[in-house]
Design a protein around this ligand. Sequence first.
Ligand SMILES: Cc1cc2nc3c(=O)[nH]c(=O)nc-3n(C[C@H](O)[C@H](O)[C@H](O)COP(=O)(O)O)c2cc1C
Length: 140
Amino acid sequence: MATLNIIYYTGTGNTADMAKYIGEGAENAGATVRLINVEEADESAVNADFIAFGSPAGGAEEVAPEMVEFIEGIKDKIFGKTVGLFGSYDWGQGGWMETWREEMINEGFSIVNDGLIIHLAVDDDEKIEKCREYGRAIAG
Ligand SMILES: Cc1cc2nc3c(=O)[nH]c(=O)nc-3n(C[C@H](O)[C@H](O)[C@H](O)COP(=O)(O)O)c2cc1C
């Protein structure tokens, strides 16, 4: 059975909720899912068939430093892989995700469906379904 590890940073829980619903979608597509907080992750967190990384917009349209540091440490291990990228944001327009995507592509990764961004909390059916759909796309 295919495995998906979802590695995320979250400050207030919104990106963690995205991870949960993305995981549900992937499970519906038949994958075995692990949700891993990046603050508790070591290199073995990327030992899976599919991998997704989540980070909210922080700083000034920046990926969480914890996530940047983690990816820096494992990028050679999974060079060339297609990965999911996702995260929650508030007042911006998703600039952090555009930058993140470009950086990952420059590092040799491909990104599933250009990533998924959700405004603030995953608090309605449409947002939940977008997350589940993204999970199915990652694991499909
Ligand atoms: C210090 C800080 C910086 C932030 N910077 C941005 C930003 O540049 N652009 C944006 O759209 N939202 C920004 N936000 C809003 C968060 O991305 C938003 O609240 C998000 O839902 C947090 O996700 P989380 O619950 O997973 O931490 C920032 C929030 C904080 C606390």
